[in-house]
Ligand binder design. Structure first.
Ligand SMILES: [Zn+2]
Length: 400
């Protein structure tokens, strides 16, 4: 009965959104791309949500992906530069044109493509297209039929992409995979300061970069891991580019480092997030602020996440988050009192599209006086980084 009801609601929401999308035209504002040796991410920036169809044409030495965006016109900028060429790369070119009066067409041409993935992000509306080359390492979870079916069943029953991590043994574990490369992502940067401290105006972007650098130091000093950072200075990087970078490096783990704030001045402590849909108001609020979007749009992410859960390493991410959370708390608590704000799930844009276990650590609350003072202390940040390092090691050891 419950299922029927939710299906019905879904159907009406679907109808509503379709008619809404058709009601007014959209502009394809810009095309951004991040291309690497075996991996390319293309982002289509649109002025409002659109429906689109995609098709694939394979010929010898040539693969083309067509995207027809309905009720869409090209921006003046794209009308002028309707072709981007890539010489000597596995991606050949991106073309854009007004296919029909009301249909804009984007064509991506590759020499070869092993796998592809599309998804949309909201506010502003973006279509993200990931194409993997022949030699790219693509998520193993996809090929695991049993796991895939398990997840489908879970989704159908509950209506949300809920996963009980403990019950199912993930593919990474079955294959005894090892971790070689890790990408550390210090949140925000450049024009985006992140959260600002309530009492001392501490900038999140500064604090998290320092913690990330210390974490990198420990990993380099005590392990043989290859460690990469999405930024090592005060520069702005779009959210989509951060996971694209991790995918391009073929990273085995992704850890995004942040600090948050709350209306409740007493809130303080550590929480670690993994990607999933949530109904917890606290998590929704944090995700909205990290995504630089409205809380409503978090609800709209629900159907996207249903698709994502089939291809992302969510079970591993949850285990990774748990290891990092409790190890970090353990090492901090040797010297400081620090509350456990728990392991939580939320739809963070920066984690969407990552093909490796990926987590986001909220190191503390800049809205609490004590917590802000702690995050301003280099000794505390060092302790925190040491705890994160120990957590990563403890996760890697659990894979063996
Ligand atoms: Zn942040």
């Amino acid at each position: 009965m419950k299922i029927k009801k939710s299906l019905l609601i879904f159907f009406f929401v679907f109808l509503f959104s379709v008619s809404f999308f058709y009601a007014k035209g959209a502009v394809l504002e810009n095309i951004r791309y991040f291309t690497y040796k075996d991996y390319t991410r293309v982002v289509l920036d649109l002025s409002s949500p659109v429906t689109y169809t995609s098709k694939e044409l394979k010929e010898k030495n040539r693969v083309r992906f067509f995207f027809d965006l309905k009720n869409t016109v090209l921006s003046e900028k794209l009308k002028k530069e309707n072709r981007i060429e890539f010489k000597g790369s596995y991606i050949r070119e991106i073309r854009v044109g007004q296919f029909r009066k009301d249909i804009a067409r984007v064509v991506l041409e590759f020499k070869e493509a092993k796998d592809k993935r599309y998804f949309t992000l909201l506010h502003p509306f973006r279509i993200v297209i990931d194409i993997y080359g022949k030699n790219a390492k693509v998520s193993v979870v996809k090929t695991n039929k049993k796991l895939k079916n398990d997840k489908k069943e879970t989704q159908f029953k509950t209506g949300t992409p809920e996963i009980s991590g403990e019950k199912k043994y993930s593919m990474a574990r079955q294959l005894g995979l090892t971790v070689k490369r890790i990408v550390i992502d210090p949140g925000h940067g450049g024009k985006d300061p992140g959260t600002i401290g309530r009492y001392y105006k501490t900038k999140e972007k500064v604090v998290v970069l320092d913690i990330a650098k210390r974490l990198k130091y420990y990993l380099k000093r005590y392990t043989k891991l290859e460690v990469y950072m999405t930024r090592d200075k005060d520069i702005f990087i779009p959210l989509e580019q951060r996971t694209a970078y991790a995918n391009s490096k073929r990273a085995d783990l992704f850890i995004s480092i942040h600090a948050n704030s709350a209306a409740n001045r007493r809130a303080y402590g550590l929480s670690t997030f993994w990607l999933n849909f949530t109904t917890d108001p606290h998590s929704i609020r944090i995700a909205a602020s990290e995504n630089a979007s409205s809380q409503r749009s978090i609800w709209e992410l629900k159907s996207l996440l249903k698709k994502i859960t089939l291809t992302s390493k969510l079970i591993e991410s949850k285990i990774f988050a748990t290891k990092v959370q409790y190890s970090t708390l353990y090492y901090i608590r040797k010297y400081y009192r620090y509350p456990d704000y728990r392991v939580r799930k939320a739809p963070f844009y920066v984690l969407i599209g990552a093909s490796m276990p990926a987590i986001l650590v909220e190191t503390g609350f800049l809205s609490n006086k004590t917590n802000e003072l702690l995050l301003r202390s280099s000794r505390f940040r060092n302790r925190l980084a040491f705890g994160l390092y120990k957590g990563i090691i403890s996760y890697i050891n659990s894979l063996r």
